[in-house]
Write a protein that binds this ligand. Structure first.
Ligand code: FES
Length: 175
């Protein structure tokens, strides 16, 4: 059987994970458990760092929905990691308003500084670089997010240096 035709196995979910899922499902009316799909995927990502096909299958089984429907959610939202990522995920907005104000330049600068292309992870596992859609802060362009949480505004070269060098130093590496 080739890898393409191999069935996707279901990742086992711990009791603690199932308890967290149940708390999310309880927020919705009976029979509407599928509404918790985003929350369940977020829980999986918090615990495992990414959402594997096996985890998608497990979430689908838990919520009683097709695995493809879960996969559509995972692939629609930029915040879900579809493969393992570095400790720091740097998401640079490359939508038009940001690109008109150096968003593309910021991405290219990070690619050179980190020695990777967008979509890749540094060999030390510290940084993953990716493009993202509008973050709703166009007036602060160029804009980026660190680990889907920390918004960074006006990211010209000097601020990108400060960010990356600061994170490297915090990890005990050379700036
Ligand atoms: S286009 Fe970049 S934040 Fe809106």
């Amino acid at each position: 059987m080739s890898a393409d035709t191999a069935p996707i196995l279901t990742a086992p979910l711990s009791e603690a994970t199932l308890a967290r899922f149940a708390r999310e499902v309880a927020k919705y009316p009976e029979g509407q458990q599928q509404s918790a799909v985003m929350a369940c995927l977020s829980i999986v990502q918090q615990e495992q760092g990414w959402v594997s096909p096996a985890s998608e299958q497990a979430v689908a089984d838990y919520l009683g929905m097709p695995a493809m429907a879960v996969h559509e959610v995972t692939t629609f939202y930029n915040m879900y990691n579809q493969q393992p990522v570095g400790k720091y995920k740097l998401s640079v907005c490359t939508n038009l308003p940001c690109v008109l104000r150096n968003g593309g330049k910021a991405l290219a600068y990070l690619e050179r500084k980190l020695g990777i292309a967008a979509g890749e992870t540094t060999a030390d596992g510290l940084f993953t670089l990716q493009q993202c859609e509008c973050l709703g802060a166009c007036a602060d362009a160029p804009v980026m997010l660190v680990n889907d949480r920390a918004m960074c505004s006006f990211m010209e070269d000097d601020k990108l240096d400060q960010l990356v060098d600061g994170l490297r130093a915090a990890e005990g590496g050379q700036a």
